[in-house]
Design a protein around this ligand. Structure first.
Ligand code: LIP
Length: 281
């Protein structure tokens, strides 16, 4: 049987099974490395844009397995992109992988660390798996089938008032003065209204917190498609409303997103913050 995404259900079932096994085996590698002092650290675009030997090892491991199982699929990965390969999202089934989301957390021993795996078909996310091997949490979703944490169904909260909300956002790795001022201005606008702001250090896990009702809203500028593809599906399948920061559907390659427990809250947050366009993935 074909899904309306044009890929047979059997292929999506097989993809889900392989991705879940991959998340757990990669999780073992991440967990072992998390306990080591020497993380094999280097930097990328800025002194705060970190990468470790484990990020590269896990991405290699993931792509080798997925290419062998699904040779006709396409692949987008954080470290592949960092090595200069252009991230191109087409209608072809495309895996989007962040081998370690929360690399800075990983380096510092802060336990918000995960692998994020998404499969897009016709530019729509069909499968999202986020596994945090340190806290032993596996978030999973398939489009139209709900969201789960360690096999138990999860549901977002119902908050629709920013003045009663806990909001997640991130500083990110960029350190240009203008971008930092933009981020601080938005944080100031939000904190003037909300109960609080938290930074998890992982966009993927921020979306999972929203999904399970641990936070009411999340917004970020500067993320990449591999940071949010799986989390966006998990949050929506748990009942969250996600959108482009200025409304309309999330554009995975646009590097900005708002998610909230309710559409009303997402729109209030959108009208509270300033917006900027970033170079696309
Ligand atoms: C990080 C994100 C974080 C975001 C950073 C970065 P990494 O991913 O998840 O939330 O603010 O810009 O993209 O580098 O740890 O995979």
């Amino acid at each position: 049987m074909e899904t309306n995404a044009g890929v047979p259900d059997s292929e999506l079932d097989a993809s889900y099974k392989v991705a879940l096994e991959l998340a757990h085996s990669a999780g073992q590698v991440i967990k072992e490395a998390f306990q080591r002092k020497d993380k094999g650290l280097s930097t990328k675009s800025t002194s705060a844009d970190l990468v470790t030997v484990t990020d590269r090892k896990v991405e290699d491991m993931a792509f080798t397995l997925l290419r062998e199982k699904f040779p006709h699929h396409s692949f987008i990965g954080e470290e592949t992109a960092a090595a200069g390969v252009r991230s191109e999202l087409t209608d072809n089934p495309t895996w989007m992988i962040d081998p370690i989301d929360g690399t800075t957390n990983f380096v510092h021993g802060f336990p918000f660390v995960c692998i994020s795996i998404a499969l897009c078909v016709k530019k729509q996310v069909e499968i999202g798996i986020i596994h945090n091997p340190i806290l032993n949490e596996t978030y999973t979703a398939r489009r139209g089938q709900g969201a789960y944490l360690n096999g138990e169904r999860i549901q977002t909260g119902s908050q629709d008032d920013l003045s009663k909300s806990l909001v997640l956002t991130e500083f990110g790795a960029h350190r240009e003065e203008a971008f930092l001022s933009f981020k601080f201005k938005n944080m100031r606008s939000v904190i003037n209204k909300a109960h609080g702001i938290r930074c998890t250090g992982s966009a993927a896990l921020a979306l999972c917190q929203l999904a399970k009702g641990g936070a009411d809203a999340y917004f970020e500028f500067g993320i990449h498609c591999w940071d949010i593809a799986a989390g966006d599906l998990i949050a929506r399948e748990a009942g969250a409303f996600t959108m482009d920061t200025q409304g309309g559907p999330v554009d995975l390659m646009s590097r900005r997103i708002i998610g909230a427990a309710t559409e009303k809250l997402a729109r209030e947050l959108s009208s509270t913050i300033d917006h900027t366009e970033l170079e696309r993935d």
